[in-house]
Design a protein around this ligand. Structure first.
Ligand SMILES: [Mg+2]
Length: 340
């Protein structure tokens, strides 16, 4: 069934089912001129928005509609996680080329709804329109965070410990498998592929870090460890040293790098779209937050470095040698396909 055949009203009816998962505070969901809802009183309202364009941010033929819906929402949820917030309402606008059919939209929404319901987030509205050429997806999320718990990029201080909430570089390896049209045969390749197409938003983890009051700065890893840590450094006016032998590299990524003769540390530093949280913690709170975090998630916070007052980013190797690194200096590790 082509989109033109069911009309706008039919489409709204079809897609709105299952969009409202948390009706409290919502006065009007999909179907009126505006969505209407109460924000959480006494909390800061967070708003994040993202625009995804076919051929720029994704290739339609390299992913499924379900995965595209899931990931489009996941990357926005990740920004709420990086501020320590809870996601509440999502708004989704799509411009669709004529050759797409209703089944594509059904699957796209199925992927979004699966993730939205897991994080108690309503899909509260948006717009659907025709596009002459490419598919365009715009998602906005409204969330909230208590004022005293909000995590920002500008609070890191000299001596703070830098942690990552998960492995780095997996997503980039997954993208490489897709771009090279590699058949997915092993469990390892499947894991790397999933890291790219079905990234985990660290919302629950962000809340635990925010509530601890131990985190001084936080960002989610979208562009890559070096790029995103540089954002914290710039906004906090500090430097940082990363420990090469402590960058968390998954076993599947180690095999991948071995097979393709990549240096796993370089690969992890320059990878993107991992959507792990990069968080800085004052040294006196580091042990406590690691223990709390492990007890809740049964997964460690990986200690990867320390904040310095050098104003530069350095990589310390196990033999003690130190090299200065810059975000642009690591661009050459990025494949030419990174933005596809
Ligand atoms: Mg972000």
């Amino acid at each position: 069934v082509k989109l033109g055949q069911i009309g706008e009203f039919g489409l709204i009816q079809r897609l709105s089912d299952g969009c409202l998962v948390r009706p409290d505070r919502v006065i009007k969901a999909i179907g009126d001129d505006c969505a209407a809802f109460f924000t959480v009183s006494d909390q800061i309202t967070l708003v994040t928005t993202d625009l995804l364009l076919e051929h720029i941010h994704f290739l339609k033929d390299a992913t499924s509609a379900y995965n595209l819906g899931y990931k489009s929402l996941a990357v926005n949820l990740s920004d709420i996680a990086a501020m320590g917030g809870v996601a509440q309402e999502a708004f989704v606008s799509i411009a669709i080329p004529p050759e797409y059919d209703v089944a594509f939209l059904d699957e796209f929404y199925k992927g979004m709804k699966a993730l939205a319901s897991r994080f108690n987030t309503n899909l509260l509205g948006g717009d659907t329109t025709g596009s002459k050429h490419d598919l365009m997806i715009s998602i906005s999320i409204v969330g909230s965070v208590p004022e005293k718990e909000m995590l920002c990029r500008n609070g890191a201080r000299r001596g703070d410990i830098i942690f990552s909430s998960g492995f780095l570089g997996d997503s980039k390896a997954g993208l490489s498998l897709i771009m090279n049209k590699q058949e997915i045969l092993t469990k390892e390749d499947r894991y790397l592929l999933d890291a790219h197409v079905l990234p985990k938003p660290y919302l629950d983890e962000g809340r635990v870090l925010a509530k601890s009051n131990a985190a001084t700065a936080c960002i989610d890893v979208s562009d890559g460890l070096v790029s995103d840590l540089t954002h914290i450094m710039e906004q906090s006016r500090v430097g940082a040293t990363l420990f090469a032998d402590q960058i968390p590299v998954s076993e599947p990524l180690k095999s991948f790098c071995h097979k393709h003769r990549f240096d796993p540390v370089s690969f992890s530093l320059s990878g993107g779209e991992d959507y792990t949280l990069l968080v800085t913690v004052s040294p006196e709170h580091a042990a406590g937050i690691c223990e709390t975090y492990y007890n809740v998630f049964k997964s460690p916070l990986y200690r990867i470095g320390v904040i310095t007052d050098s104003q530069v980013l350095q990589l310390q190797h196990p033999d003690g040698t130190i090299e200065n690194i810059t975000a642009s200096g690591w661009e050459h590790f990025k494949s030419s396909n990174d933005n596809v």
